[in-house]
Design a protein around this ligand. Structure first.
Ligand SMILES: [Zn+2]
Ligand SMILES: [Zn+2]
Length: 173
């Protein structure tokens, strides 16, 4: 890290929750992913908004997080840079230790009671990112012949004149 230090990483102390069944608390904060690089661009221009609730039950803690993040990056088809907002929700069950039955479940082990919420939400968001980032679901992309953005109108190239060898490639795209 150079120069400006990142704001303090949010670490949640879960000890109180592991000891008090029924305890529930909500909190909101903004997660800075501006340094995150995806495919050569840094798409998280604005901070990610998060709103989380922790609820203790039966010695474990349920984490429910609502997030809202905006990606600003080129469309995978037409290469126009656009911003799109996504609002996924995540939930995890946090435990201090795993019993043998729990090992293959979706548990998060927090042996020392300290939860790195930044790290967890960052991982959730990265796993949730769209496989294809499109300016809109029906983006028409670029004409393979002249490069015209077909969202802005057709170019007049005859699509039928596609070289058969290219047509095979196009099916793969
Ligand atoms: Zn597009
Ligand atoms: Zn064209």
């Amino acid at each position: 890290m150079t120069g400006k230090e990142k704001a303090a990483v949010v670490i949640i102390d879960l000890k109180r929750f592991f000891q008090a069944d029924g305890l529930s608390e909500s909190f909101s904060y903004e997660l800075d992913l501006s340094g995150m690089e995806l495919g050569g661009v840094k798409p998280f221009c604005a901070p990610v908004k998060t709103s989380s609730r922790l609820t203790a039950f039966g010695g474990s803690v349920l984490l429910q997080a609502e997030t809202a993040y905006t990606l600003t990056m080129p469309c995978d088809r037409c290469f126009e840079t656009v911003s799109r907002t996504f609002t996924p929700c995540f939930s995890h069950t946090l435990v201090q230790e795993l019993s043998s039955q729990e090992e293959d479940g979706d548990w998060i082990l927090v042996p020392d009671g300290k939860l790195d919420l930044d790290g967890l939400l960052q991982e959730d968001i990265l796993l949730d990112l769209p496989v294809k980032f499109l300016c809109r679901e029906d983006c028409k992309g670029l004409c393979p012949t002249c490069g015209q953005n077909l969202n802005e109108g057709s170019c007049g190239c005859t699509q039928r004149e596609v070289d058969p060898r290219l047509a095979v490639l196009q099916k793969l795209l």
